[in-house]
Ligand binder design. Structure first.
Ligand code: RTP
Ligand code: MG
Length: 148
């Protein structure tokens, strides 16, 4: 089953939005397979956002993501990578459709509440950066026939 890495960013944690975010993905029909509240070490943050290393906002991005706890999660389900990105909304909350997480809860691009992997390759990479294999749960019944 396809898996993705999602993370409530420090702004979302401080604003008590963990429950709202988790509820949306649960209600959608996806399965939570891993989760933890953690502070991201600077090195891990730089690696996670490595694709943005040359961008002018890289320093600020790393400062922000390490500024407080994040809620790191792995979710699984059919097309979960692309669907989660749709549920998150556009990167800049000012462009994010109403009803999406960023559209409902964010205002500025720097504090946009949630991160989600953008491709199968980044999902695999990011899950590996944040979780050990033994931290990911396995469901005895992978397919819920009321969803699929
Ligand atoms: P994310 O990686 O956090 O899920 O967000 P994303 O794919 O929608 O956007 P991405 O292009 O990967 O950018 C990563 C994060 O960098 C911040 N950003 N700031 N100041 C700026 O112009 C700017 N542009 C991007 C955002 O917080 C974005 O989520
Ligand atoms: Mg991204």
């Amino acid at each position: 089953m396809e898996k993705t890495y999602l993370m409530v960013k420090p702004d979302g944690v401080q604003r008590n939005l963990i429950g709202e975010v988790v509820a949306r993905f649960e209600k959608k029909g996806f399965q939570l397979v891993g989760a933890k509240l953690m502070n991201i070490p600077r090195e891990l943050a730089e690696e996670h956002y490595g694709e943005h290393k040359e961008r002018p906002f890289f320093g600020e991005l790393v400062d922000f993501i390490t500024s407080g706890p994040v809620f790191a999660m792995v979710w699984q389900g059919e097309n979960v990578i692309a669907t989660a990105r749709q549920m998150m909304g556009a990167t800049n909350p000012k462009d994010a459709a109403p009803g999406t997480i960023r559209g409902e809860y964010g205002v500025t691009v720097g504090k946009n509440v949630i991160h989600g992997s953008d491709s199968p390759e980044s999902a695999e990479r990011e899950i590996g950066l944040f979780f050990k294999q033994e931290e990911l749960a396995e469901y005895s019944k992978l397919i819920n026939e009321w969803v699929y």
